[in-house]
Design a protein around this ligand. Sequence first.
Ligand code: ADP
Ligand code: MG
Length: 348
Amino acid sequence: MDKRTELGELGEFGLIDRITAETKKYHDSTVEGVGDDAAVIDVGDKYMLITTDMLVEGIHFNLMYAPLMHLGYKAAIVNFSDIYAMNGDVTQITVSIAVSSRFSVEAVEEIYKGIHKACELYQVDLVGGDTTSSTSGLIISVTAIGEVNKEELVLRKGGKENELLVVTGDLGGAFMGLQVLEREREVFKDNPEMQPQLEGVDYILERQLKPEARKDVIHFLKELGVKPTSMIDVSDGLASEALHLCKNGELGCVIYDEKLPIDQETYNTAREFNLDASVCALNGGEDYELLFSVKQEDFDKIKGSEHMTIVGHYTDKASGCSIVDRGGQSIPLTAQGWNHFTEEGEEK
Ligand code: ADP
Ligand code: MG
Protein backbone atom coordinates (compact mmCIF):
# COMPACT_ATOMS: atom_id res chain seq x y z
CA MET A 1 0.00 0.00 0.00
CA ASP A 2 1.24 3.50 -0.79
CA LYS A 3 2.47 5.39 2.23
CA ARG A 4 0.21 8.21 3.39
CA THR A 5 2.06 11.33 4.49
CA GLU A 6 0.20 13.92 6.53
CA LEU A 7 0.46 17.48 5.19
CA GLY A 8 1.53 18.63 8.62
CA GLU A 9 4.64 16.46 8.45
CA LEU A 10 6.01 18.43 5.50
CA GLY A 11 4.67 21.91 6.22
CA GLU A 12 3.96 24.46 3.48
CA PHE A 13 7.51 24.82 2.20
CA GLY A 14 8.23 21.08 2.39
CA LEU A 15 5.11 20.42 0.38
CA ILE A 16 6.03 23.00 -2.29
CA ASP A 17 9.53 21.49 -2.56
CA ARG A 18 8.08 18.03 -2.95
CA ILE A 19 5.44 18.79 -5.58
CA THR A 20 7.77 20.96 -7.64
CA ALA A 21 10.89 18.77 -7.41
CA GLU A 22 10.28 17.20 -10.80
CA THR A 23 9.36 20.42 -12.60
CA LYS A 24 10.95 20.46 -16.06
CA LYS A 25 11.90 23.51 -18.05
CA TYR A 26 10.90 23.49 -21.72
CA HIS A 27 11.53 27.15 -22.54
CA ASP A 28 14.69 29.24 -22.44
CA SER A 29 12.48 32.23 -21.70
CA THR A 30 11.87 30.84 -18.18
CA VAL A 31 14.63 32.62 -16.28
CA GLU A 32 13.43 31.86 -12.73
CA GLY A 33 10.65 29.43 -11.87
CA VAL A 34 9.49 28.22 -8.47
CA GLY A 35 11.44 29.52 -5.51
CA ASP A 36 11.44 33.31 -5.65
CA ASP A 37 8.75 35.89 -4.92
CA ALA A 38 7.76 35.94 -8.57
CA ALA A 39 8.64 33.97 -11.68
CA VAL A 40 10.91 35.74 -14.16
CA ILE A 41 10.20 35.44 -17.89
CA ASP A 42 12.41 36.81 -20.63
CA VAL A 43 10.17 38.74 -23.01
CA GLY A 44 12.81 40.57 -25.00
CA ASP A 45 13.94 43.97 -23.75
CA LYS A 46 12.67 43.39 -20.24
CA TYR A 47 11.79 40.61 -17.87
CA MET A 48 8.16 39.90 -17.13
CA LEU A 49 7.35 39.00 -13.50
CA ILE A 50 4.43 36.80 -12.45
CA THR A 51 3.18 35.95 -8.99
CA THR A 52 -0.02 34.58 -7.52
CA ASP A 53 -1.47 34.57 -4.01
CA MET A 54 -4.76 33.38 -2.63
CA LEU A 55 -6.80 34.60 0.34
CA VAL A 56 -9.15 32.03 1.85
CA GLU A 57 -11.96 32.80 4.29
CA GLY A 58 -11.34 31.24 7.69
CA ILE A 59 -7.62 30.86 6.93
CA HIS A 60 -6.43 34.30 5.88
CA PHE A 61 -9.36 36.41 7.01
CA ASN A 62 -12.50 36.37 9.06
CA LEU A 63 -15.47 38.25 7.68
CA MET A 64 -16.57 39.15 11.18
CA TYR A 65 -13.91 41.84 11.26
CA ALA A 66 -12.41 42.13 7.80
CA PRO A 67 -14.49 44.65 5.81
CA LEU A 68 -15.03 43.36 2.26
CA MET A 69 -13.51 46.43 0.66
CA HIS A 70 -10.34 46.05 2.71
CA LEU A 71 -10.21 42.40 1.79
CA GLY A 72 -10.22 43.20 -1.92
CA TYR A 73 -7.57 45.83 -1.34
CA LYS A 74 -5.38 43.42 0.64
CA ALA A 75 -5.75 40.61 -1.93
CA ALA A 76 -4.24 42.96 -4.53
CA ILE A 77 -1.57 44.43 -2.25
CA VAL A 78 -0.09 41.09 -1.14
CA ASN A 79 0.56 40.32 -4.80
CA PHE A 80 2.01 43.74 -5.59
CA SER A 81 4.42 43.19 -2.72
CA ASP A 82 5.89 40.08 -4.37
CA ILE A 83 6.55 42.01 -7.60
CA TYR A 84 8.27 44.87 -5.72
CA ALA A 85 10.39 42.21 -4.00
CA MET A 86 11.90 41.53 -7.44
CA ASN A 87 12.66 45.27 -7.77
CA GLY A 88 10.00 45.47 -10.47
CA ASP A 89 6.84 47.44 -11.17
CA VAL A 90 3.35 45.94 -11.22
CA THR A 91 1.48 46.45 -14.50
CA GLN A 92 -1.56 44.14 -14.53
CA ILE A 93 -3.57 41.76 -12.33
CA THR A 94 -6.15 39.07 -12.90
CA VAL A 95 -8.61 38.28 -10.11
CA SER A 96 -10.42 34.99 -9.53
CA ILE A 97 -13.15 34.60 -6.95
CA ALA A 98 -15.19 31.71 -5.59
CA VAL A 99 -18.29 32.88 -3.69
CA SER A 100 -21.09 31.04 -1.94
CA SER A 101 -24.76 32.09 -2.20
CA ARG A 102 -24.40 33.58 1.27
CA PHE A 103 -22.90 36.62 -0.50
CA SER A 104 -24.95 39.26 -2.30
CA VAL A 105 -24.03 41.05 -5.50
CA GLU A 106 -23.40 44.16 -3.41
CA ALA A 107 -20.96 42.22 -1.21
CA VAL A 108 -18.95 41.13 -4.24
CA GLU A 109 -19.05 44.71 -5.53
CA GLU A 110 -17.62 45.84 -2.22
CA ILE A 111 -14.63 43.50 -2.65
CA TYR A 112 -14.07 44.94 -6.10
CA LYS A 113 -14.21 48.50 -4.78
CA GLY A 114 -11.14 47.59 -2.75
CA ILE A 115 -9.43 45.94 -5.71
CA HIS A 116 -10.11 48.99 -7.92
CA LYS A 117 -8.81 51.30 -5.21
CA ALA A 118 -5.53 49.37 -4.97
CA CYS A 119 -5.25 49.41 -8.77
CA GLU A 120 -5.78 53.16 -8.84
CA LEU A 121 -3.28 53.94 -6.11
CA TYR A 122 -0.58 51.63 -7.50
CA GLN A 123 -1.44 52.28 -11.16
CA VAL A 124 -2.23 48.69 -12.10
CA ASP A 125 -4.69 47.43 -14.74
CA LEU A 126 -7.23 44.73 -13.92
CA VAL A 127 -7.24 42.62 -17.09
CA GLY A 128 -9.17 39.44 -16.34
CA GLY A 129 -9.98 36.65 -13.93
CA ASP A 130 -12.49 33.94 -13.22
CA THR A 131 -15.74 33.74 -11.25
CA THR A 132 -17.19 30.59 -9.76
CA SER A 133 -19.31 29.37 -6.88
CA SER A 134 -18.12 27.84 -3.65
CA THR A 135 -19.95 25.57 -1.24
CA SER A 136 -18.39 27.24 1.72
CA GLY A 137 -16.69 30.54 2.15
CA LEU A 138 -14.99 33.04 -0.04
CA ILE A 139 -11.75 32.61 -1.92
CA ILE A 140 -9.93 35.42 -3.74
CA SER A 141 -6.94 34.54 -5.90
CA VAL A 142 -4.97 37.30 -7.56
CA THR A 143 -2.22 36.98 -10.13
CA ALA A 144 0.00 40.00 -10.61
CA ILE A 145 2.12 40.69 -13.66
CA GLY A 146 5.01 43.09 -13.59
CA GLU A 147 8.11 44.13 -15.42
CA VAL A 148 11.68 45.01 -14.62
CA ASN A 149 14.65 46.20 -16.66
CA LYS A 150 16.95 43.23 -16.96
CA GLU A 151 19.84 44.86 -15.15
CA GLU A 152 17.56 45.88 -12.28
CA LEU A 153 16.19 42.42 -11.41
CA VAL A 154 16.84 41.41 -7.79
CA LEU A 155 16.43 37.79 -6.64
CA ARG A 156 16.38 36.12 -3.24
CA LYS A 157 19.86 34.84 -4.05
CA GLY A 158 22.74 37.11 -4.99
CA GLY A 159 23.79 38.46 -1.59
CA LYS A 160 27.36 38.20 -0.34
CA GLU A 161 29.03 37.70 3.03
CA ASN A 162 29.24 40.89 5.15
CA GLU A 163 26.58 42.71 3.17
CA LEU A 164 24.05 44.60 5.29
CA LEU A 165 20.55 43.29 5.86
CA VAL A 166 17.98 46.06 5.70
CA VAL A 167 14.26 46.01 6.43
CA THR A 168 11.73 48.69 5.50
CA GLY A 169 9.09 50.21 7.78
CA ASP A 170 8.34 48.45 11.04
CA LEU A 171 7.47 44.88 11.95
CA GLY A 172 4.97 42.94 14.03
CA GLY A 173 2.15 45.47 13.71
CA ALA A 174 -0.10 43.39 11.45
CA PHE A 175 0.23 40.44 13.83
CA MET A 176 -0.65 42.53 16.86
CA GLY A 177 -3.59 44.04 14.97
CA LEU A 178 -4.84 40.52 14.36
CA GLN A 179 -4.51 39.67 18.05
CA VAL A 180 -6.66 42.67 18.95
CA LEU A 181 -9.31 41.72 16.36
CA GLU A 182 -9.34 38.10 17.56
CA ARG A 183 -9.69 39.23 21.15
CA GLU A 184 -12.64 41.46 20.30
CA ARG A 185 -14.24 38.66 18.30
CA GLU A 186 -14.07 36.38 21.34
CA VAL A 187 -15.55 39.08 23.57
CA PHE A 188 -18.33 39.69 21.05
CA LYS A 189 -19.11 35.96 20.82
CA ASP A 190 -19.66 35.74 24.57
CA ASN A 191 -21.27 39.12 24.94
CA PRO A 192 -22.72 40.69 21.77
CA GLU A 193 -23.79 43.83 23.66
CA MET A 194 -20.20 44.83 24.41
CA GLN A 195 -18.63 47.61 22.35
CA PRO A 196 -15.28 46.61 20.87
CA GLN A 197 -12.21 48.08 22.57
CA LEU A 198 -10.33 49.53 19.65
CA GLU A 199 -9.00 52.84 20.97
CA GLY A 200 -5.33 53.58 20.53
CA VAL A 201 -4.72 50.73 18.11
CA ASP A 202 -5.54 52.42 14.78
CA TYR A 203 -2.11 51.88 13.33
CA ILE A 204 -1.86 48.15 13.99
CA LEU A 205 -5.45 47.57 12.84
CA GLU A 206 -4.60 49.31 9.60
CA ARG A 207 -1.45 47.21 9.28
CA GLN A 208 -3.62 44.08 9.51
CA LEU A 209 -6.69 45.13 7.57
CA LYS A 210 -5.29 47.52 4.98
CA PRO A 211 -1.60 46.85 4.39
CA GLU A 212 0.45 48.70 1.77
CA ALA A 213 3.17 47.35 -0.53
CA ARG A 214 6.50 49.20 -0.64
CA LYS A 215 6.46 50.59 -4.16
CA ASP A 216 7.74 53.81 -2.62
CA VAL A 217 10.89 52.13 -1.34
CA ILE A 218 11.68 50.56 -4.72
CA HIS A 219 11.60 54.02 -6.28
CA PHE A 220 13.37 55.62 -3.36
CA LEU A 221 16.27 53.16 -3.62
CA LYS A 222 16.61 53.94 -7.33
CA GLU A 223 16.81 57.64 -6.53
CA LEU A 224 19.55 56.93 -3.99
CA GLY A 225 21.39 54.87 -6.57
CA VAL A 226 21.28 51.74 -4.39
CA LYS A 227 20.49 48.38 -5.96
CA PRO A 228 19.79 45.63 -3.42
CA THR A 229 21.87 42.51 -3.98
CA SER A 230 19.08 40.19 -2.79
CA MET A 231 15.50 40.82 -1.69
CA ILE A 232 12.31 39.20 -0.40
CA ASP A 233 9.05 40.61 0.94
CA VAL A 234 8.15 40.06 4.57
CA SER A 235 4.91 38.11 4.48
CA ASP A 236 5.70 35.38 7.04
CA GLY A 237 7.82 37.27 9.58
CA LEU A 238 11.40 38.47 9.40
CA ALA A 239 12.86 35.18 10.68
CA SER A 240 11.27 33.06 7.97
CA GLU A 241 12.24 35.53 5.23
CA ALA A 242 15.84 35.87 6.42
CA LEU A 243 16.09 32.07 6.36
CA HIS A 244 14.76 32.04 2.78
CA LEU A 245 17.32 34.64 1.69
CA CYS A 246 20.13 32.66 3.34
CA LYS A 247 18.97 29.34 1.90
CA ASN A 248 18.71 30.70 -1.64
CA GLY A 249 21.92 32.70 -1.36
CA GLU A 250 23.82 29.90 0.40
CA LEU A 251 24.72 32.25 3.21
CA GLY A 252 24.29 32.66 6.94
CA CYS A 253 23.18 35.79 8.79
CA VAL A 254 23.23 37.62 12.08
CA ILE A 255 20.26 39.74 13.11
CA TYR A 256 20.28 42.01 16.15
CA ASP A 257 17.19 42.06 18.33
CA GLU A 258 17.89 45.63 19.47
CA LYS A 259 17.78 46.82 15.85
CA LEU A 260 14.33 45.43 15.00
CA PRO A 261 12.05 48.32 14.00
CA ILE A 262 8.93 48.08 16.17
CA ASP A 263 6.26 50.77 16.39
CA GLN A 264 5.27 51.99 19.85
CA GLU A 265 1.67 50.81 19.35
CA THR A 266 2.89 47.31 18.44
CA TYR A 267 5.17 47.32 21.44
CA ASN A 268 2.47 48.47 23.87
CA THR A 269 -0.11 46.00 22.57
CA ALA A 270 2.39 43.14 22.73
CA ARG A 271 2.97 43.97 26.40
CA GLU A 272 -0.73 44.04 27.02
CA PHE A 273 -0.98 40.54 25.52
CA ASN A 274 2.04 39.34 27.48
CA LEU A 275 3.93 38.75 24.24
CA ASP A 276 7.46 39.77 23.41
CA ALA A 277 7.36 42.45 20.70
CA SER A 278 10.57 41.09 19.13
CA VAL A 279 9.01 37.65 18.75
CA CYS A 280 6.03 39.28 17.04
CA ALA A 281 8.36 41.13 14.67
CA LEU A 282 10.34 37.98 13.90
CA ASN A 283 7.46 35.56 13.52
CA GLY A 284 4.26 37.56 13.17
CA GLY A 285 3.93 37.99 9.45
CA GLU A 286 1.72 39.99 7.07
CA ASP A 287 3.81 43.14 7.38
CA TYR A 288 4.48 43.30 3.63
CA GLU A 289 7.70 45.18 4.17
CA LEU A 290 10.85 44.39 2.18
CA LEU A 291 13.96 42.66 3.50
CA PHE A 292 17.05 43.14 1.35
CA SER A 293 20.81 43.21 1.37
CA VAL A 294 23.06 46.07 0.28
CA LYS A 295 26.80 46.35 -0.15
CA GLN A 296 28.72 47.84 2.77
CA GLU A 297 29.73 50.77 0.56
CA ASP A 298 26.04 51.77 0.25
CA PHE A 299 25.76 52.23 4.02
CA ASP A 300 26.16 56.02 3.84
CA LYS A 301 23.38 56.33 1.28
CA ILE A 302 20.77 54.56 3.37
CA LYS A 303 21.83 55.12 6.97
CA GLY A 304 19.69 58.18 7.70
CA SER A 305 16.58 56.98 5.91
CA GLU A 306 13.33 56.93 7.85
CA HIS A 307 12.10 54.17 5.53
CA MET A 308 14.67 51.53 6.40
CA THR A 309 16.63 49.98 9.23
CA ILE A 310 19.80 47.93 9.14
CA VAL A 311 18.99 44.85 11.21
CA GLY A 312 22.05 42.68 10.61
CA HIS A 313 24.36 41.27 7.98
CA TYR A 314 25.12 38.18 5.96
CA THR A 315 27.75 35.73 7.13
CA ASP A 316 29.13 32.58 5.53
CA LYS A 317 26.81 29.60 5.23
CA ALA A 318 28.70 27.52 7.79
CA SER A 319 28.02 30.07 10.52
CA GLY A 320 24.27 29.53 10.14
CA CYS A 321 21.53 32.03 10.91
CA SER A 322 21.32 33.60 14.32
CA ILE A 323 19.83 36.42 16.30
CA VAL A 324 21.74 38.30 18.97
CA ASP A 325 19.56 39.19 21.94
CA ARG A 326 19.83 42.34 24.02
CA GLY A 327 22.21 40.62 26.41
CA GLY A 328 24.60 39.84 23.54
CA GLN A 329 23.73 36.16 23.44
CA SER A 330 23.55 34.50 20.05
CA ILE A 331 20.53 32.25 19.44
CA PRO A 332 19.80 30.19 16.31
CA LEU A 333 17.18 31.84 14.13
CA THR A 334 14.17 29.62 13.53
CA ALA A 335 11.03 30.26 11.53
CA GLN A 336 8.81 28.71 14.20
CA GLY A 337 9.71 31.20 16.83
CA TRP A 338 12.46 32.31 19.00
CA ASN A 339 12.02 29.65 21.68
CA HIS A 340 14.08 31.47 24.23
CA PHE A 341 11.55 34.26 24.02
CA THR A 342 8.30 32.40 23.38
CA GLU A 343 8.66 30.45 26.58
CA GLU A 344 8.56 33.60 28.61
CA GLY A 345 6.35 35.45 26.17
CA GLU A 346 3.44 33.05 25.71
CA GLU A 347 0.39 33.76 27.78
CA LYS A 348 0.81 32.66 31.31
P1 ADP B 1 5.46 34.16 -1.34
O1 ADP B 1 5.36 34.05 0.17
O2 ADP B 1 6.54 35.06 -1.80
O3 ADP B 1 4.13 34.41 -2.00
P2 ADP B 1 5.34 31.32 -1.37
O4 ADP B 1 5.96 30.96 -0.08
O5 ADP B 1 3.84 31.34 -1.46
O6 ADP B 1 5.92 32.72 -1.84
O7 ADP B 1 5.87 30.36 -2.50
C1 ADP B 1 7.24 30.10 -2.65
C2 ADP B 1 7.52 29.69 -4.08
O8 ADP B 1 6.84 28.47 -4.39
C3 ADP B 1 7.06 30.70 -5.11
O9 ADP B 1 8.03 30.73 -6.14
C4 ADP B 1 5.74 30.12 -5.61
O10 ADP B 1 5.48 30.51 -6.93
C5 ADP B 1 5.98 28.64 -5.51
N1 ADP B 1 4.75 27.84 -5.27
C6 ADP B 1 3.92 27.93 -4.19
N2 ADP B 1 2.92 27.04 -4.27
C7 ADP B 1 3.10 26.37 -5.43
C8 ADP B 1 2.38 25.32 -6.09
N3 ADP B 1 1.29 24.80 -5.56
N4 ADP B 1 2.87 24.87 -7.28
C9 ADP B 1 3.97 25.42 -7.81
N5 ADP B 1 4.69 26.39 -7.25
C10 ADP B 1 4.27 26.88 -6.07
MG1 MG C 1 7.04 36.94 -1.16
